[in-house]
Design a protein. Structure first.
Length: 289
């Protein structure tokens, strides 16, 4: 295990500028949650300064407790029926054209929260018909009906992150299953019936102990889905209670990872130390067209 400190070039400054504080205040006043804050994203300052945020619906307490994740684990909250309208209010105020919406995992709900995703998207499209939407969803415990109803929504991107290689799931993603996540992505691909939308997207972290061979196999399996957009970023330990970093990848290694994933057949790959699934998501979607 690599126990060296985080390299100096991998210490992104978080400036609490007036623009960042304004975004934080607007989100708080509407009673919304973001994965930016809940997951301690290193890009928060950059995105909030532009008014961008990835909204996290279904509360801010996750029913799972993945070793890599900083989102709170605890008793889940009652879904907010006005959540879509609140997000629409923020989007309208900040003139956002492309909204990214994710959620905590809700294994306590019979449908995993699929109906709530539908309600949120319906409210957004009713109030803002031109808005483009990317959904980053949990695995819904593999429930086919839940995946089908969300995949049928009027969205641009259906995203579900596999996060890491299959061999590390038991240590890193307690309660999740690599093959189940692959099946979720494959089901969405099978439902498109030749249509271009939604684009299928996934994301992984590196630095958790994966090998080159394991990554190559993961790229091949995602390409076979087919996943059309893949993000690759460095895992950064959010607290001492989370899984440790095994290795920090050098900046030039990300281009090699990108090239390997593209060579396996993934159309559009974004790779870099600070890349996250929702980071510059609109640009990734447009570049994939």
């Amino acid at each position: 295990m690599n126990t060296t400190a985080r390299p100096p070039w991998l210490r992104k400054q978080k400036r609490l500028t007036p623009e960042v504080m304004r975004t934080r205040r607007q989100i708080g006043q509407l009673g919304l949650h973001t994965v930016c804050e809940s997951a301690r994203c290193p890009n928060l300052g950059e995105c909030y300064a532009c008014g961008n945020a990835t909204f996290m619906i279904l509360g801010d307490h996750c029913t799972r407790d993945c070793a890599f994740c900083a989102v709170d684990h605890g008793p889940p909250q009652v879904p907010d029926a006005q959540e879509g309208e609140k997000i629409a209010a923020y989007v309208r105020i900040n003139e956002i054209r492309y909204a990214v919406i994710t959620s905590v995992t809700r294994d306590d709900l019979p449908d995993g929260g699929a109906v709530h995703f539908c309600r949120v998207v319906a409210d957004l499209k009713r109030l803002l018909p031109a808005l483009q939407i990317e959904l980053l969803v949990p695995d819904f415990q593999g429930r086919r009906e839940s995946v089908e109803v969300v995949a049928a929504l009027p969205i641009q991107v259906f995203a579900h992150n596999v996060e890491t290689v299959q061999e590390l799931y038991r240590r890193v993603r307690r309660g999740a299953d690599y093959l189940r996540s692959l099946e979720v992505l494959k089901l969405v691909a099978s439902l498109r019936s030749g249509q271009e939308l939604p684009r299928i997207k996934s994301g992984i972290m590196v630095g958790l102990g994966e090998t080159e061979d394991q990554l190559k196999r993961l790229f091949e399996e995602l390409a076979a889905v087919p996943v059309e957009i893949l993000t690759i970023g460095q895992y950064l330990q959010p607290s001492k209670f989370n899984a440790p970093v095994h290795r920090y990848y050098e900046p030039d290694e990300y281009e090699l990872l990108r090239e390997k994933a593209v060579a396996c057949g993934i159309r559009h790959v974004v790779a870099g130390p600070y890349v996250r699934s929702s980071y510059l998501a609109e640009r990734s979607y447009r570049d994939s067209l």
